[in-house]
Design a protein around this ligand. Structure first.
Ligand code: DLZ
Length: 288
């Protein structure tokens, strides 16, 4: 049974070995099982999908080792910074090509990372290219704007949910001015604010945050049903992803656990879901 493909690249010096290992780690390769013995050492880097390509006729003008990526421009900036740091300015420019369009519906650049070792990075214009079975969202905000609707009722909890959501957004690349926060009185008011925000079409996703405590809310069921229905309806009718971060708990203690104490932070999870859904929506739109 075939399991994978291994390409072995000799490094001329220990310094080049260390530098390139650190570059590949920073580019997001998963680290495999390395080895070290009296004769030398090896660093292994894994990619989710491998591809052994045989070519007959004219070989395309590409290095024999190519890495397919999803965010070519981000990778380009990282590689350019690395080349600028590790090579003299006079040779840095000749090591790195510009990002150019290929005739196979992709964009690529190549870089000479060590003497005789040229590597190509490329991204297909088809978002589904190379994807194994499923369409999956990236967890990067990519400059898109997000809105958070947060209820003030039970603020001791909702403030924690808000911190969790902001943490997720910023760690996924969102800048401060790409996130709009709207505070509403209680969970009941979340759907209408979410709907107004979604209708502006200025946001890639809406994150709704609130807490309903059964013990303290006589008409809990009625409020909960309406809030869930309203948020779902806004999502379906506007087409803008709405993440549901409205906790329904028996007690304050249970709510605290879900707001960062013991059971994760549901605000964080909701924000990640919104980012992921926005990416999925973009991909689904691109294949229509
Ligand atoms: C009134 C009320 C009650 C009893 N409980 C909650 C709650 O547990 N969580 C929450 O977010 N809001 C609650 N509210 C306020 C309502 O959501 C709403 O803000 C008010 O009824 C005003 O419309």
């Amino acid at each position: 049974m075939v399991k994978g493909i291994t390409s072995v690249v000799p490094m001329a010096t220990g310094e080049a070995f260390d530098q390139l290992s650190s570059l590949f780690r920073s580019l997001g390769f998963e680290e495999g099982k390395g080895w070290s013995d009296a004769a030398g050492r090896g660093s292994a880097f894994l990619a989710p999908v491998g591809n052994l390509e045989l070519v007959q006729g004219q070989l395309p003008a590409i290095p024999s080792l190519m890495v397919e990526v999803t965010q070519l421009d981000v990778i380009y900036d990282l590689v350019r910074a690395w080349v600028g740091k590790h090579f003299a300015a006079s040779t840095a420019d000749s090591r790195l090509t510009l990002v150019t369009a290929t005739h196979w519906n992709s964009r690529m650049f190549t870089v000479e990372l060590a003497e005789g070792f040229r590597l190509g990075f490329w991204e297909s214009e088809n978002p589904l290219h190379g994807k194994p079975a499923a369409i999956e969202g990236d967890l990067m905000t990519n400059g898109k704007r997000y809105a958070i609707v947060v209820a003030r009722w039970n603020a001791v909890i909702t403030d924690r949910l808000l911190q969790g959501a902001l943490d997720a957004l910023h760690r996924s690349g969102a800048k401060r001015d790409e996130v709009e926060i709207v505070r509403v009185p209680g969970a009941w008011e979340i759907p209408s604010a979410a709907r107004s925000l979604a209708e502006t079409k200025r946001f890639a996703g809406i994150i709704t945050l609130g807490v309903l405590l059964r013990g303290e809310t006589a008409h809990y069921e009625a409020i909960y049903t309406e809030v869930a229905r309203g948020i779902g309806q806004s999502q379906q009718e506007t087409g803008v992803p709405h993440a549901f971060g409205v906790l329904t708990c028996e007690t304050l203690e249970q709510a605290l656990d879900r707001a960062g104490l013991k059971a994760g932070n549901k605000g964080f999870e909701a924000a990640i879901a919104a980012i992921e859904m926005s990416s999925i929506q973009s991909q689904l739109g691109a294949v229509k």
